[in-house]
Design a protein around this ligand. Structure first.
Ligand code: FE2
Length: 450
């Protein structure tokens, strides 16, 4: 009887301990990052920075802004950087990052790579830094470290390049890759497309631009470190706009925090959109980066347009480029979309180039002014990127609307993969669309007008 009682007590204790450990699991699970989950090996001491990105500063010739995430308890974070030519890091400087706890991705319903449903328990430290006083047109290398993590001196070396003070530059442009854990081939298709663009360019780009929807659900944190782990993110400066997919969760909750916290964009936007809506000057071009999720009502549109007018007035540049996710035209039949809402402002402010995405069908005009095609000495070229994930593309029908304005459309149907190269000099911007095989599909020139 006594023995039985002891056994019962022991069993009760074991069950209680088991329940406690299962119950504790979500709390424990929140520390290892998705990035580390994929890189964890026998030694679990190799904790490091993840979701690392370099964004251009307001003046991309002299300022770079970095964002990266570290696990809770990693201590202070640092960046050590120097010019790429300083091979032994003799001139390297080390600077401490600003830190904040990020909980915006915590407990969001999502999917694992194996398709399993789960809630992502993620809380981490967001590290940001703005490096100023940099030299124009210069390649830099950098390493990230944390004071509570074992530093073996072998942390990954990443790179960024500042914009030239003037003169030529080039970039790759891509959008709508909808990175999604259960379908890794989406990211692969988009990254291979960038590789194809690099081949066409015969060298690395000066920087990369994305036009939104790089994630299928921006609220699903695990998709971000997986994407940012690609070498195109450790060697390029990236500028981008918030897409509707980047702004949503699987359950269609909306927030511009997802985009904000995986970037460190210039904080020169307007109220509610700081770090999401922004502008920067790259060499001879002003980029105005909008958030279409906050321009749905007429009031919101007016707010965005007032800000855009001011930015263009206060930042004179040879080229004015506006980037926004939602399409200018519906590629399917040519119907006007955001074009109707923005054309007057673009005419008024002398916008040279308007870049959008979202529609998954490439659509391009020549320069337009007052709803008419011009000879290119005035007006705005409208271009919208195709998708790049080999999966969510769509086909088009007859061009029923705006046939006198739309000069070219392109898609490969549902399996579309395409992207562009833009080259700038003092006479023009040249944009070329390529398919995944590197075939040149379309080209347009934007003449310098100033
Ligand atoms: Fe999209």
């Amino acid at each position: 009887m006594m023995n039985r009682l002891i056994l019962m007590n022991r069993l009760t204790f074991l069950i209680a301990a088991l329940i406690a450990s299962v119950w504790m699991q979500p709390a424990l699970a929140q520390t290892p990052s998705p990035a580390q989950n994929s890189t964890l090996t026998a030694s679990n001491s190799s904790k490091s920075a993840y979701t690392v990105i370099a964004n251009p500063g307001e003046n991309a010739s002299t300022e770079m802004r970095l964002n990266w995430h570290t696990d809770l308890g990693s201590g202070d974070s640092f960046i050590t950087y120097t010019k790429k030519t300083d091979k032994n890091w003799k001139q390297a400087r080390t600077t401490k990052a600003d830190q904040e706890l990020c909980t915006v991705f915590d407990s969001i319903y999502s999917k694992k790579p194996n398709g399993e449903d789960f809630y992502e328990n993620v809380r981490f430290i967001r590290n940001t830094i703005s490096l100023q006083g940099l030299q124009a047109g210069t390649e830099y290398m950098y390493r990230l470290s944390s004071d509570k993590l074992s530093s073996d001196g072998n942390s990954e070396i990443r790179y960024f390049k500042t914009a030239p003070g003037s003169g030529k530059w080039n970039m790759g442009i891509i959008s709508d890759m909808h990175v999604y854990a259960p379908l890794p081939k989406r990211q692969q298709a988009a990254m291979e497309m960038i590789g194809q663009l690099e081949k066409k360019n015969k060298k690395d780009f000066d920087f990369m631009l994305h036009v939104g929807d790089i994630s299928a659900w921006g609220g699903s944190y695990s998709f971000w470190p997986t994407l940012y782990a690609d070498p195109t993110f450790s060697k390029y400066v990236w500028a981008g706009v918030n897409g509707n997919h980047d702004n949503m969760t699987r359950q269609n909750a909306q927030s511009n925090d997802f985009f904000r916290y995986v970037n460190n964009n210039p904080d020169n936007g307007y109220a509610g959109e700081i770090g999401v809506v922004y502008h920067f000057t790259y060499g001879n071009a002003l980029f105005v980066m909008l958030n279409n999720e906050s321009m749905k009502s007429e009031e919101e549109l007016a707010q965005a347009q007032d800000w855009t007018r001011e930015v263009i007035k206060n930042n004179p540049a040879k080229y004015i480029i506006v980037v926004s996710h939602y399409q200018w035209f519906m590629g399917g039949d040519g119907r006007s979309s955001q074009y109707s809402r923005w054309k007057s402002l673009f005419d008024e402010c002398g916008v040279d180039l308007a870049i959008s995405g979202n529609n998954h069908i490439y659509v391009r005009t020549n320069a337009l002014y007052a709803d008419q095609e011009t000879n290119g000495t005035t007006g705005t070229v409208y271009i919208q990127t195709p998708s790049s994930d080999n999966e969510r593309g769509r086909s088009f029908g007859e061009l029923v609307h705006n046939a006198e304005l739309i000069r070219f459309r392109w898609t490969e149907g549902s399996n579309t993969v395409g992207a562009l190269i833009m080259k700038a000099n003092k006479k023009r911007l040249s944009l070329t669309l390529y398919d995944r095989r590197g075939t040149r599909i379309d080209r347009v020139s934007v003449k310098a007008k100033r």
